[in-house]
Design a protein around this ligand. Sequence first.
Ligand SMILES: Nc1ncnc2c1ncn2[C@@H]1O[C@H](COP(=O)(O)OP(=O)(O)OP(=O)(O)O)[C@@H](O)[C@H]1O
Ligand SMILES: [Mg+2]
Length: 411
Amino acid sequence: MARVFKDDIVVSVDVGTTKICVIIAKRLGNGDVDLLGIGTVPSIGLKKGVVVDINKAVTSIRKAIREAEVMAGTMVEQAYVGIAGGHISSLNSQGIVPIKNGEVSQKDINTVISAAQAVPIPEDQQILHVLPQYFIVDSRDRVQNPLGMHGVRLEAQVHIVVGSVASVQDLVKCCQLAGIKVKDIVLEQLASAEAVLSYDERELGVAVLDIGGGTSDLALYYSGTIRHTRVIPVAGNHFTNDLAVGLHTTINGAERVKQRYGNLFVSPSDIGKQIQVEHVQGNRYQDVALKQVQDILKARAKELLGIVQKEIVQYNLEHFVTSGLVLTGGGSLLDGFRQLASESFGMPARIGYPKSEDQLPELLESPLYATGYGLLLHAMKKEKNNMINNLQGPMTYRVFMRMKSWVSDFF
Ligand SMILES: Nc1ncnc2c1ncn2[C@@H]1O[C@H](COP(=O)(O)OP(=O)(O)OP(=O)(O)O)[C@@H](O)[C@H]1O
Ligand SMILES: [Mg+2]
């Protein structure tokens, strides 16, 4: 295979806690996407979205890239990489500037967004994304694109995502050592939202919760833009660990039980049923009631949904979730999660599957691949915008605006 980089090839790397997923796709002239290769391998060397063993993480990333390359029949050099982890936090900020010549220019927009970024950030933290939410031109509120509007005062409301410099450096380094240059780093829940939310949900207001292995990543959208993000350190692996402890079984045994029998609403006819579970010391099996499995999983599910609910109340975001809650990520595959979320929140809930106008390969048609596919969609959008105009306008800005080329700053 020749190591070539073709302009129309885009690559996404989702470095998750449980699996690494690499997708290679080709942009077609009519705007369609042709998926060429997918590589997915168990992730070793990462915990709660953060690299804990560089060598192991590099080996896993390299393996996933190789798998996707073989399937695609081409080698790749650059990729869009997702980031998550407990080190990520976010805040809303605003900036105000005078409009220079009575009419909003691109320069005014850039200046007001820069002004909105002037917030104190701890030294070990770095801005990852500045996501403009809306603008105010004099008394005209919630303007999506102020370019060309008349007035004297321009205000921007932005959402700022920050992360630990060291954690980002580790992730970038792992990708580089695995032979891939990082083109952009993208917050994972923004990618997942891109893959699973509809246009209407984003406009009317929705919360998307990506329940992964190590973290559950929350994002709230309203009026088409991001309002709030939070990384919650409770996810699928905690459910498994609870089962392992509660049932005195191995981690692998608990994972099997969760995926095969786990249900937050066991039917009355099955509630007394017993299943065979291996003992933690091996070599022997024990009988466990499905009710016990349900109770252990339900306690964790309630805890997670409770944290989300608390977050929404604490930040007065109730009126931003009119379309309800969308659960995605592998953890959302636990039977009964949708029902429990809907009951707990008193609003509609659904499971978010990656959506596409074209038929997706069967493997990608799962909440497990929402982030990987969303990263690819983001990459497509970004490449297209770069091609159309290097000087991005506010509507393209709105999607993801990079502060600076901080990835290349590191190396
Ligand atoms: N059928 C299933 N039922 C319940 N849980 C499941 C099922 N399939 C996968 N999971 C859980 O999904 C989790 C992995 O999800 P996912 O692949 O989205 O995580 P990740 O992206 O690797 O992790 P993170 O996003 O936290 O870094 C695991 O905890 C796994 O137990
Ligand atoms: Mg994930």
